[in-house]
Design a binder for this molecule. Sequence first.
Ligand code: F6P
Length: 195
Amino acid sequence: PRSIWLSRHGESEYNLGGQIGGDADLSERGHRYAKLLPELVRKSVGDDRPLTVWTSTLKRTIQTARFLPKDYNQLQWKALDELDSGVCDGMTYAEIKEAYPEDFAARDDDKYNYRYRGGESYRDVVIRLEPIIMELERSEDILIVTHQAVLRCIYAYFMKKDQKLSPWLNVPLHTLIKLTPRAYGTIEEFTSSGI
Ligand code: F6P
């Protein structure tokens, strides 16, 4: 049966500083994950099963995928970019709370529906992922390297969880997730890179 492999990008410079959004490079640890990823994938996928790799258009996902075998087709999707945090892009949560206290409280109240000023909500992300999900449903083996919020929504879809829960799902860094959809439900397998 076909499977879908999911990974967050390696740790970025923004992750280190607690900043959200942006288009930062990977941190040193993130680069280390990128180098470990081909072996992590090979162990999980096997040797003679070429994958198609999808990334977002942001540097941190492209950098994470760059050491994967050359014969893997790679495709960049704008629809896989991280949830757009609008005017809060590049800020830390503490800075957002300080600058936009009402927004901060509103997001806490209803994280699924809260839309950043000039940006997106989780609900918006779920809608923009529809073409991705449709394409995934009719694809062979795929590896997706993307961002926390986006992965939460894709994971919720395949695990048949209520999308309204996606903002709180735990999608760990530096971990490869294998999802195998079956008639009775999706089988999941997590492999940590150990870094
Ligand atoms: O901090 C990394 C990040 O991917 C941000 O770019 C993004 O805004 C955030 O996680 C999404 O997580 P949450 O919805 O929990 O703030």
